[in-house]
Design a binder for this molecule. Sequence first.
Ligand SMILES: *Cc1c(COP(=O)(O)O)cnc(C)c1O
Length: 393
Amino acid sequence: MPLYFDHAATTPLHPKALESMMPFLTDNYANPSSAYTPAREARKAIDHARQTVANAIGANPEEIFFTSSGTEADNWAIKGALEASKGKHIITSTAEHHAVYYTCRHLEKLGVEVTYVPVDKEGFISPIDVKAAIRPDTALISIIMANNEVGTIQPIASIGDLGVPLHTDAVQAVGHIPVDVNNLKVDSLSLSAHKFYGPKGIGALYIRKGTPIASMLQGGAQERGRRSGTENVAGIVGLAAALEASIGTIPHEQVRLTKLRDKLINEILSNIPHAALNGPKDNRLPGNVNVSFRFIEGESLLLHLDMQGCHASTGSACSSGALEPSHVLTAMGISHELTNGAIRFSLGKDTIEEDISKLMTILTKSVTRLRELSPLYDDYIKKEGVSWNTLKK
Ligand SMILES: *Cc1c(COP(=O)(O)O)cnc(C)c1O
C-alpha cells in the first residue's frame, strides 16, 4: 500500500459514492429529460442529490447548479458575473487556484481590469484591502476560501456585505470544514466532488437567488437553462453521496486530522534541520502540511519519495511538471530557494498516526541523501564551517 499524502490533489472514491453511482452506470442509462419510468427515476435521483448538496451548505436546491468540475464552476462564476453586469473590474487575490487566477489573466487580455489583492506571509488577505479595491464598476470579488497549496483559511465572512457580489472557490473547504453560504455571506460558491471522496469530473456552483449571472453554456436548457448539457447522473448522485458522508464526519475528522497535521509539522521542524513551514499554524485546513527544505529541489524530493512508495506533491497538481515556482508561495514573499524546496503533504480520512511515523522515516532519509548531493548545501557548509554531523543529526 502506498503512503498517500496528496488528498488536496484528489481523494479516493468513498464506497458509499460508488454504491450510489452503480445503478446509473449500469441498468439505468436513461436520459433524465426523457418521459418514461427509468428517466423519471434518474430525474428523481438528481433532485434528491441537489437537495443533499443544498442542505450541506445551507442553500436552497434551486440555488445549486451541477457543473463538470470545480474549474468550470470557477470560470462560470467569474465570466458569468462579468457578462451579467455592466462592470469591467474584478477583485481577486494573488493566492488563488489556477482556475480563478488564469480565468482572470485571460479576461485581462479581453480588456477586463483585475485588482490582485496581496496576501501576507502566511497567505491571508486583508478585508480592508479588498474593500479599498472596490470601484463603481467592480462586477465581482472572488476570493478562495481555503488555499489548496498552504491551507490558509480566509476570513470570507468579513468581506461579504460590501455591496459587490462575492464568489468563493470553496473546493478545498467543502466536506472538510463547516461551510454555510449564509454565514459566509457569499453570492456564489464553487465545489468539486473529487476533493471530498466523490468522483472526478463533477462539481457544482451555488448561485444565491437573485444574483445576476449569465449562462456559461447554451443548449438543451438543463439545470434550469443555466448550464446546458445532459446531466452526468452517476456523477451528480456520487457527488451528493460523498458529500453527505464527508459532512457527517467533519466534527470528528477536523479534530483528528488537525492533531495528525500538527504532529507531522512538529516532527519535521524538530527532526529535519533547515525546514520551514509554509502557511499559518492556525486557521489552516486540517489536513494540510506544506514545508520547504533548504538546499534541495521539491521535485527531486518528490521523485525520491515516490520511489519509496510515498505520494506527495509540490503544491498544485497543475504546476508540478511545469517547473514554474508556485505563484502562491511567491505572493507570500517566500524566497526563491524555499519556494523550490516546497512540498505539500495532504492528509485524509484513511491517514493514521502510523503513516506519519513511516513518512518521517522516509522523509528524513531522503532529505539527508539529497543534501549530500546538493552543491548548495556543500557551499553552505564550507561557508559556515559547520560539520556534517551537526547538520545530519
Ligand atoms: C482542485 C481545485 C479546483 C479545481 O477543481 P477540479 O474539479 O479539479 O477542476 C479549483 N479550486 C481549488 C481550490 C481546487 O483545490
